[in-house]
Design a binder for this molecule. Structure first.
Ligand code: NDP
Length: 334
């Protein structure tokens, strides 16, 4: 059997952690490679994480090489090949954006430094905790010895939500849909893009025109229904379920890491990656792009055409990311 992958999960005692850890231990993230899980929690979350660790033992996963719980980042990230940063400070009533960014800076700055100082040389980082893009930016800024392209933010759940809504609208299987993309920030300003998507090989634009009786009907569905539904799905889940989405977020994290390590097979997916200036997105911002994974790295898909509507929506989302970067700079967090 191969050497275990060491995976550190922060906020491991929370809802997403509870859905995520069992999938990792079952082999869903790294195939038949054994995993060692290192769970990080704040002191008040340690008991919950310890309880989850006991349940992980009781599941007798053949691939689970060990599980430890820590409240100290240096120990939790020691030797990590993969770091899943789930724990974050949620926005509470009356909290200003600056307060939120500052509270998260206090979490993601030290975690970036701990990754820099203690993780394995090949560490790959996925930030799930919100505001995910800017939290990833803060963590990367505190890890000067780790190549910037190892820090990513999760927009795979938005991507999967887009696939699902399209599949329902066209009554076509999710598995046959290719080349959907999420651009921008993991926030309500994100731009889910179907312009280049195909379903079972047919351009989705034409299929939508058939389904919604012409180009105007298709456009109306796209602008009035599809985009807001995907962008606001988190709020819809909270309203219906009475709690925020957890299992679908965990599932998206599994998809993101599996594709990052094993490669993408069927066209594009979406991930928040450090911009290299592609599509005019300022260098260094952690922005969602259409991406493919090969040779163990994410690659931004080049040459994707965007019409004026798409370009304006993406620009607005990128402007929000740039504002967040300015705000964390002003707070001295990067
Ligand atoms: P969840 O496990 O439900 O969520 C964790 C984070 O993931 C939140 O920031 C949440 O953002 C974010 N998130 C991203 N995508 C989604 C999505 N689609 N649906 C829901 N959340 C999403 O939160 P819990 O409160 O249950 O657990 C958080 C745990 O983190 C707690 O146990 C806490 O103790 C711990 N924590 C650990 C830290 C550490 O290890 N140093 C630091 C801070 C907290 P949003 O709030 O916007 O929904």
């Amino acid at each position: 059997m191969s050497h275990p992958i060491t995976v550190t999960i922060t906020g491991a005692g929370g809802q997403i952690g509870y859905a995520l850890l069992f999938r990792i231990a079952s082999g869903a993230m790294f195939g038949d490679t054994p995993v060692r899980l290192q769970l990080l929690e704040i002191p008040q979350g340690v008991k919950a994480a310890e309880g989850t660790a006991l349940e992980l033992q009781d599941s007798a996963f053949p691939l689970l090489a060990g599980v430890e719980v820590y409240d100290d980042a240096a120990r939790a990230f020691d030797g990590a090949n993969v770091a899943l940063l789930v724990g974050a400070r949620p926005r509470t009533a009356g909290m200003e954006r600056g307060d939120l960014l500052e509270a998260n800076g206090g979490i993601f700055g030290p975690q970036g430094k701990a990754i820099n100082d203690h993780a394995a040389d090949d560490v790959r980082v996925l930030v799930v905790g919100n505001p995910a893009n800017t939290n990833a930016l803060i963590a990367a800024a505190h890890a000067p010895d780790v190549p910037a392209d190892r820090f990513t933010a999760m927009t795979r759940l938005d991507h999967n939500r887009a696939l699902a809504q399209l599949s329902i609208a066209l009554d076509t299987p999710v598995g046959g849909i290719r080349d959907v993309a999420i651009w921008g920030n993991h926030s309500a300003t994100q731009y889910p893009d179907l312009a280049h998507a195909t379903a079972a090989g047919d351009p989705v634009t034409g299929l939508l025109e058939n389904r919604f009786e012409g180009a105007d009907g298709a456009r109306e569905w796209l602008v009035e229904t599809f985009i807001p539904r995907v962008a606001n799905r988190g709020a819809e889940i909270i309203e219906v379920r009475g709690a925020s989405s957890a299992a679908s977020a965990a599932s998206a994290a599994v998809d993101h890491m599996r594709d990052w390590t094993a490669g993408t097979q069927a066209g594009w997916t979406s991930a928040g990656v450090v911009s290299d200036g592609s599509y005019g997105v300022p260098e260094g911002l952690v922005c969602s792009f259409p991406v493919e994974s090969f040779d163990g790295a994410w690659h931004i898909v080049q040459g994707v055409e965007r019409d004026a509507f798409a370009a304006a929506r993406i620009e607005a989302s990128v402007a929000e990311l740039a504002e967040e970067r300015e705000a964390v700079r002003a707070l001295g967090l990067i």
